[in-house]
Ligand binder design. Sequence first.
Ligand code: SF4
Length: 295
Amino acid sequence: MRIDTKNIISKLKLLKAKRIMVQFPEGLKMKILEIAKVLEKEGFDLILNVEPVFGACDIRDFEGKRLGCDMILHIGHSDFGVKSELPVIYWDYFFDVNPIPALKKNLEKLNNYKNIGLFTSIQYMPAMLKVKNFLEKNEKNVFTHKSQKYEGQVLGCRIFAATTLKDKIDCFMYIGAGRFHPLGVALTTDIPTFSLDLEKNEIIDFQKEKKTYMKKKAWHDVKLKEARTIGITVSWKQGQNRIEEAMRLKKSLEKEGKEVHILAFDTISKEKIIGMKFDCVVNMVCPRMDDEDLF
Ligand code: SF4
């Protein structure tokens, strides 16, 4: 993982930051004290916000203001225009991984595909560039699109950088880890979708995952139809706030004779609603929260 403190210190100094609320992802917990020490040596007072943060949708400006902060330092995610009452400095960090051994080992899975659309999440951007070079040297045509800060970058809830390529390519390939981003693209298009999973070191075909997901979804649709008491989750996080859509959904489900309640969360977890006896819970917060036991 590469952390460039020099650049961030000059930005913070330029903005005359004094007391800073720091938001950082789970993956950076092991490093955060080291980073804090470097910044505090420069004279900044830091408040480390240890609540989970999954994206730049979650800006803790109100909390920061209450604690007397004049700035938010948001590590690990890039700005996509969420409003904030405090200035926010976004600090990218990238995983330092070499994707080529895993790609070489699994390359025959791409034998039938000449035109490949690549996409990734911000932390794997350098890895995606290595994959792009490698594939081009191996006579593939590689396509990417820029709709976020970086070429080929997607967010869990914004996959346009991938889907916009669908008419040019034979398959998609996600570079990173986990199922969320590649599954989102596989569900949105009919193009074969793969993931070069850099934790499992293999290329995974998401067509099977897509079929399993669609079966579960059909079953969930039946459960929703049969449900009498329904919860709809919403969040007050600035970039996840879909309360008006949730209210409209509540009204339309009530017209079908259901009892519907809006459930407001900070971070969603099943434990928080244990004992409330819902037949069904509909998630209207972040699509990344795809807990199949809960929703
Ligand atoms: S996928 Fe979820 S956590 Fe990520 S930016 Fe979108 S709403 Fe936020």
